[in-house]
Write a protein that binds this ligand. Structure first.
Ligand SMILES: O=C(O)CCC(=O)C(=O)O
Ligand SMILES: [Fe+2]
Length: 315
């Protein structure tokens, strides 16, 4: 199953009928698959190339330097560098990845943890700027989704006004294909916990999503160019819409181009995830307008409680 890229200039600069097409198509992907590929949502392509370059530079640093910004051994703050195996997405399978987590600059509850400027000059400035670009992009995407849902265009704006989002760099080191065929994943199957996630990836491949109506059947979602951003629906959007929008199960495994290979090395892979999450004090209960069968599937807890519940299972 190939996912075509949806060009967001249809929403920002298109005619009313092109705008409608973009919103309806985006909504259909979010309902039927929980995933879509998008381009031109306001983040310059050159910034995405640069982002992946910074990702490479960061993880190429010696381990001791990366450990100058250690993610604590505990879930909070969910910031800084996590080495191989520190985060456990699955309780069964080892995930061969290292990551670096960042939030907004002014978050006193979860302050950022940076390596010293002299160890990678320019890294922090670029990453803080890219975080802001993602903030603008998520607003645009959620407005298009709101229009697709026949809701007021600005429905999601105030629910995300505090930018309590996370930006994560991930590096999957080169690995023997036999390991990925047996006891190791790059990232085990999981749902994202927030509203939507934007995934920027290099051309290595390996990201897969589970078909909604065929549990256990996964399809590759690769980006021919890094400008093709993968959009995942997360749990909070699923909860608010009472399951109308589908929080997609996904994982990273062997790239499609190597799937028949029996031996050798799978090259390393770099990706970046921007997790757009509701303000911490927002409820993530199902909205009445989506309760056609009077069944409230999801209880009234805050976004923060929901997030903490899940975070505690992985660190
Ligand atoms: O590396 C990827 O492409 C996806 C990573 C992911 O799913 C995540 O960080 O939640
Ligand atoms: Fe994910």
């Amino acid at each position: 199953m190939e996912l075509p890229s949806l060009d967001f200039t249809l929403f920002t600069n298109g005619t009313p009928s092109q705008q409608k097409y973009l919103c309806d198509t985006l909504l259909a992907y979010c309902k039927n698959h929980g995933v879509a590929k998008i381009t031109n949502c306001g983040i310059p392509n050159s910034a995405i190339d640069e982002l992946l370059n910074w990702n490479r530079h960061f993880f190429q640093l010696p381990y001791d330097v990366k450990m100058k910004a250690p993610h604590p051994a505990t879930p909070n703050p969910h910031r800084g560098y996590s080495g191989l195996g520190q985060e456990r997405v699955s309780s069964v399978t080892f995930d061969a990845k290292e990551s670096f987590d960042q939030g907004p600059t002014d978050d006193s509850l979860q302050p950022n943890i940076w390596i010293p400027e002299e160890d990678l000059p320019g890294f922090r400035t670029f990453m803080e700027g890219f975080f802001n670009l993602c903030c603008d992009a998520q607003l645009l995407i959620l407005r298009a989704l709101a229009v697709g849902l026949n809701m007021p265009e600005y429905t999601f704006d105030k629910l995300h006004s505090r930018h309590e989002f996370e930006l994560r760099l991930t590096h999957y080191p080169a690995i023997d294909i036999k390991k990925l065929q047996t006891d190791t994943n790059r990232i085990s199957e999981h749902h994202d916990w927030g509203t939507i996630t934007l995934v920027f990836q290099d051309s290595t491949g390996g990201l897969e999503f589970e078909q909604k109506d065929r549990p256990g059947v996964f399809h590759a979602v690769e980006s021919v160019k890094p400008m093709e951003i993968v959009l995942n629906v997360g749990d909070c959007l699923h909860r608010w819409t009472n399951g109308t929008l589908h929080s997609v199960n996904h994982r990273v495994r062997i790239p499609r181009s190597l799937s028949t290979q029996q031996q050798g090395l799978v090259p390393d892979r770099h990706s970046v995830s921007f997790f757009c999450k509701p303000n911490r004090d927002e409820s993530v209960a199902s909205w009445k307008v989506f309760q056609s069968d009077a069944l409230v599937r999801y209880e009234d807890i805050t976004s923060y409680e929901y997030n903490q519940r899940l975070l505690k299972t992985t660190y």
